[in-house]
Design a protein around this ligand. Sequence first.
Ligand code: SF4
Ligand code: SF4
Length: 363
Amino acid sequence: MSASLQPPLALLAEVTHRCPMRCVYCSNPLVLEPRSAELDTATWCRVLDEAAALGCLHVHFSGGEPTARGDLPKLVAQASAAGLYVNLITSGVMLDAGTLAPLVAAGLEHVQISFQDIEPIAGEWIGGLKGAHARKLSAAALVADAGLALTVNFVVHRHNASRVAEMIELGRSMRAGRIEVAHVQYYGWGLRNRASLLPTREQLDRVTAVVEAARERLRGCLVIDYVIPDYWARLPKACMGGWGRRFILIDPAGRALPCHAATTIPGLSFDSVRDRSLSEIWTQSPAFQRFRGTAWMSEPCASCERREIDWGGCRCQALALAGDAAATDPVCWKSPRHDALAGLAASESSMQQASLVYRGSPA
Ligand code: SF4
Ligand code: SF4
């Protein structure tokens, strides 16, 4: 590894696309990997060892719903034995006492459970699964009772933005140490449903005020992370901490990706952990090198003082909104497309009625 290239902080192990939920904002791709294409247990175990050897500190098991894989306890044990801090990112709907116990015994340390709302019917409308809310509450209680660190994630959009204060109270009542209030990010199925989900500017401002007040009130007791919808921002986020800088994501079929939506970018080819080691991929894969650092940038990013802060924003968003993955993220006020994006946000967020498209299931 060259002196300037640091190892990834974390491995995002997307072990399956299978999931009983059908969230209308799911960041999984529109074409989902079938079970028959998933990596086997032995390959995942090798990858976890390689991640630890490469210098990763954390592994985040996600999906789809990672507990849909019967070998998850084995993968958790392998990761824990390799010295990785093990986090499970789950919908919670398949997490009962019988599922959790072997994961705890295997070395699971942290669980993040996503909630669609505080109201069961409204949440189940967005998540596409009846009875999900009660199962999530029960899973959160089991995680807290087991003494694991718990993060509760609330996904915010036009239809639940008025209930964020109650979401934070619900998170506290579930004994979460951290609450994430995250507006929908418009990739995958979220992009498909953007016109139905994007909040108005006024809604966003009210949510921001609620979160800031709660942060002040709960300082020292609870951490509240807050993620706004890019479409209303003037500066882009450092997507994934910069392309190929902090994270390496392995999809269910074994492709190594710099971010969830990278496969939408035409012309990139992704190495598979079936063929190459994680270290080779991190240091040599053309897809990881394509937008790493600043050499790929053109103006206005190339000479901007923020180029090593936000790394030019999100490449997949630049593709989706500007038609060019190498363009400045249109979220940035310096982008020539920023005004058009602001106009799109204003018009889509004020649409009265738009139908929802539910996430599909893998073949
Ligand atoms: S966002 Fe919803 S549908 Fe997508 S993986 Fe998570 S729980 Fe499943
Ligand atoms: S011009 Fe580029 S580097 Fe500068 S703030 Fe905008 S996106 Fe970031």
